[in-house]
Design a protein around this ligand. Structure first.
Ligand code: ACO
Length: 428
């Protein structure tokens, strides 16, 4: 392949280098475009054709349905690793040794107490507040309780901020849910594994001993691993761009949580369950909703179907579908909503509209189903996604800072009014 791309504008030719990644992805490096062409820029709303960075964390190939963290396939990681190992891998680049993993976990545990005053902030929220808004605010508030800024040139400083957020975030997640349910706010149990501890903090009742279920621990471990990173998606790009202004880790992650909240991104798992409940209330008429999804004059979309980059099957959805069947079987769950989900999945997979557009069930179609079976309230689903995505956000923020990337600042093409004289208010 040639090493450059040529652009011709008004008969004048400009050469730009091609960059080739380790998986042979090719990009035209247009860093010099504006300077060379005296101000011509590119436009790509939604960034479908724009690479924002070079990254060594996650590789995905949407056409072939491949997802790898640091070179390891998602299938193998979901089967053989636990969430904390995957977090270490994403953030530091290699799978941890036994000693490294134990140290990592104990450093996280040492940071897992959240200042009791955070409870006052939580108390100020009405019970009706959406958990994602609460979580985003509490994460941002962590900055006030841990004000020292991270010296990104110090490996030790960077490590401290990583274990701090990994220690405190699950407490915020559990408190967000418990507050809404009127349960007393608790602290974790450092004798437990990371995921076991999360479940205990979330579900422990004040008047009975919490019993761990290996089915739930395994299911949550898998779900968190599958959500742990997904390269430059909307929330991760947000974390990187906010961090590119040298904003701290907690505040950058708080912005990522807000981006993830939207129903076209992480909020889809909640939207899936709401859609399924709506269909159930409407006599389970899946055909009616299939027709609505295909009707261009109707804004309704089949939530949990389609993906910006997977135009084949979402590899995470394949793993999670098996996990969903296992969990539902093991827990003996019978739920009409699940029957509707299965019916809808079957119809969409056979429907020409969905087949032609390569719209397959995505990870969120199944994750909500598992969370529901686990007893997690619907409006907490996206919070669970954030919990899984945390290591990815940290890894991407850290990489961006270590690579000393410039501040993110896209250009635009202005299409507004040309210069005009100010009109006094009485003449308007
Ligand atoms: N239901 C019905 N039609 C759909 C759907 C859907 N869920 N998704 C896409 N389409 C149609 C579009 O109307 C469009 O049709 P057209 O070509 O006739 O105009 C075509 O498929 C392509 O859709 P785009 O919106 O261009 O695809 P894009 O890549 O921009 O969007 C997205 C991807 C946002 C995920 C979209 O498929 C969607 O809205 N899905 C539902 C929400 C969802 O499940 N989001 C979760 C994503 S996964 C995640 O964040 C972890």
């Amino acid at each position: 392949m040639s090493k450059t791309a040529t652009l011709e504008i008004d008969g004048k030719k400009y050469e730009f280098p091609l960059i080739v990644g380790t998986e042979n992805e090719v990009a035209i490096d247009i860093k010099t475009l504006r300077g060379a062409t005296s101000g011509i820029t590119t436009i790509d709303p939604g960034y479908k054709n724009t690479g924002a960075c070079e990254s060594a964390i996650t590789f995905l190939n949407g056409e072939e349905g491949i997802l790898r963290y640091r070179g390891y396939s998602i299938e193998e990681l979901a089967e053989k690793a636990d969430f904390l190992e995957v977090a270490f891998l994403l953030i530091f680049g290699e799978l941890p040794t036994k000693v490294e993993l134990e140290k990592f976990h104990s450093d996280i545990k040492a940071q897992s107490v959240v200042d009791d005053d955070i409870k006052k902030i939580l108390d100020a929220f009405p019970k009706s507040a959406h958990p994602m808004g609460v979580l985003s605010s509490l994460t941002s508030a962590l900055t006030a309780f841990n004000p020292s800024s991270v010296n990104v040139d110090s490996e030790e400083d960077m490590y401290k901020s990583v274990v701090r957020i990994l220690g405190k975030f699950p407490v915020l997640v559990a408190w967000t849910m418990r507050k809404k349910q009127g349960l007393p706010l608790n602290y974790g149990d450092n004798s437990l594994g990371y995921v076991e501890n999360i479940l205990k903090m979330m579900f422990e009742k004040p008047n009975e001993e919490y019993k761990q279920s290996s089915i739930l621990v395994n299911a949550l471990d898998k779900l968190l691993i599958l959500h742990a990173d997904h390269e430059q998606n909307c929330s991760t790009s947000t974390v990187r761009i906010v961090g590119s202004a040298h904003t701290g880790l907690f505040a950058s992650i708080s912005s990522g949580i807000s981006a993830l909240w939207g129903p076209l991104h992480g909020g889809a798992n909640q939207a899936v369950l709401e859609m399924l409940s709506g269909i159930e209330e409407d006599d389970g008429d899946t055909k009616k909703y299939m027709a609505k999804a295909k009707d261009k004059s109707d804004p309704f979309r089949l939530m949990g179907f389609g993906h910006r980059v997977y135009k084949n099957f979402d590899p995470r959805a394949k793993i999670i579908k098996v996990a969903a069947d296992e969990v539902l079987g093991d827990l003996g769950v019978e739920d009409p909503i699940l029957d509707i989900a299965k019916g809808l999945e079957k119809e969409a997979l056979e429907d020409k509209y969905f087949v032609d557009r390569k719209l397959y069930p995505n990870v969120d179609f199944y994750s909500g189903i598992i969370y529901r079976a686990m007893g997690i309230p619907t409006d907490m689903f996206t919070v669970m996604f954030a919990l899984g995505r945390l290591p990815g956000w940290i890894a991407q923020w850290r990489e961006m800072r270590l690579r000393k990337e410039p501040i993110g600042r896209p250009r635009q093409i202005y299409i507004g009014e040309n210069s005009r004289a100010f009109k006094d208010i009485k003449n308007r």
